[in-house]
Design a protein around this ligand. Structure first.
Ligand SMILES: C[S@@+](CC[C@H](N)C(=O)[O-])C[C@H]1O[C@@H](n2cnc3c(N)ncnc32)[C@H](O)[C@@H]1O
Length: 422
């Protein structure tokens, strides 16, 4: 506690009568507030600072109401800010004088004695003086917002205190936040969703490459572009829950615009790390939720994943083209009857090309036709690379030659088709 010898104190703080401390301290704080404007020098302002320091200590010692304690602390911080303004002005003036002297090429001897004598009149430390000047450098708007927030927090939460340090910390954190990128690079600005490095890769690295794998980044972009705050989203072919992993990590890829929505997962054969969160459901029978705002499904690509998820006959991966088309048509109708006009449904699929059989099946056109006849219109279409050329090993080189020789391209592009219910 600072020495309480200032002439202001005896004038401002009358003798404390036990039982009446709260009124006396509140009245004394009011007097300081009224007199503050009269302080013209650092020394005078310092007098008020010492007085309020004393009042603050007394308010705590007598365990006065939280309101009076916070009043005292708030006033002390405001005085520190005013002191900071005065000290900064003095420093700037001194620097200007020194510069002038050196420009006139007078032999400049820094008058350390002078500086020392200024400091010796002050009862706060160099560190405190620095903090006061930091407080003074904050704009009025930001300072008022920070002190109000911290005071409110301190009034309701016993663990939070209103303090100079706390205000400076809040401001520092705000600045840090401002430096965070506005948007994550995962969110793509165009309809080319290619990810040179994949942050949300396979969940289970042991499983052979190619099994129902899409980079989680595709889900992140779907959520960003097609989902609004508070929406109910369903992933009815969630498989091993990649979609959940991306949803859980939304703080990472939403940049400065984090928003919340609800996600429910289903699959014919739930598996993997998030299995417990995925409800078993056959989408050919019905849509598992009424009125979803958004549906996103990474469907089993026709002809590419037979027996990979299960050996069930109702598993789309195990069907021939005719049954696959019929089942997908039923799924489109089930989604349409569950969704309201204007809501969106995304279907993710590549086309199918079989080099050995010389077969080309325009699966994405079939999907479009089926969704349109179920009551949707095509709302948006984006592309993403399956990165099949990423491994330039001898077997890839053989596949490439095979494709060229047979005049049937390999499939690399995944289409992300988004439909709007009419
Ligand atoms: C391409 S995978 C989706 C993989 C997913 N992206 C992941 O993170 O694992 C397609 C999923 O559709 C599921 N599926 C196949 N037939 C289905 C049906 N009739 N109803 C619901 N899900 C089905 C499969 O079990 C598989 O998990």
């Amino acid at each position: 506690m600072k020495e309480l010898s200032s002439k202001h104190e005896s004038a401002i703080i009358p003798t404390i009568v036990i039982g009446n401390q709260e009124t006396v301290i509140a009245q004394s704080l009011k007097t300081v507030r009224d007199l503050l404007r009269q302080a013209k020098t650092v020394e005078e302002m310092q007098g008020f600072w010492q007085t309020v320091n004393a009042l603050e200590a007394l308010s705590k010692k007598f365990r006065l109401s939280k309101e009076v304690q916070l009043d005292a602390t708030e006033l002390r911080i405001r005085i520190e800010r005013l002191l900071g303004e005065m000290l900064s002005k003095n420093t700037k003036k001194r620097q200007g004088d020194i510069r002038k002297q050196s420009q006139n090429s007078v032999n400049v001897d820094f008058d350390f004695e002078d500086i020392k004598s200024v400091r010796s009149n002050l009862s706060f430390t160099t560190n405190e003086s620095l903090k006061f000047q930091q407080l003074a450098s904050i704009s009025d708007e930001v300072f008022e917002a920070a002190i109000t927030d911290l005071r409110t927090e301190a009034a309701i939460n016993r663990k939070t205190a209103l303090s100079t340090k706390g205000i400076l910390r809040t401001i520092r954190n705000e600045h840090k936040k401002d430096k965070e990128p506005l948007f994550s690079p995962i969110i793509k600005p165009s309809d080319n969703w290619n990810f040179s490095t994949v942050q949300y890769g396979r969940i289970d690295e042991k499983v052979r490459e190619g099994r129902g794998y899409i980079p989680g980044e595709i889900y992140a972009n779907c959520f960003w572009y097609y989902v609004k705050q508070g929406d109910l989203v369903i992933a009815p072919m969630a498989g091993s829950g990649q979609v959940w992993r991306v949803y859980e990590a939304r703080q990472e890829w939403m940049g400065q615009h984090v928003y919340d929505f609800k996600l429910k997962m289903f699959d014919l054969t739930p598996r993997g790390k998030y299995k417990i969160l995925i409800s078993q459901h056959d989408l050919i029978k019905s849509c598992p939720v009424v009125n979803p705002d958004y549906i996103v499904m990474d469907i089993p690509y026709y002809g590419m994943a037979a027996q990979q998820y299960s050996n069930k006959p109702e598993d789309l991966a195990n069907m021939d083209l005719e049954n696959w088309q019929r089942a997908i048509g039923t799924i489109a109708k089930n989604c349409a009857s569950a969704q309201q006009t204007g809501t969106l449904c995304t279907v993710i699929s590549p086309n199918y090309r079989d080099v050995s059989k010389g077969l080309i099946v325009m699966i994405t056109d079939t999907i479009r036709m089926l969704w349109e006849s179920a009551g949707y219109i095509l709302y948006d279409k984006t592309y993403s690379s399956r990165r099949i050329q990423q491994n330039q090993n001898p077997s890839m080189a053989r596949m490439n030659n095979h494709a060229k020789a047979n005049r049937i391209m390999l499939t690399d592009i995944t289409e992300v088709l988004t439909f709007r219910k009419v």
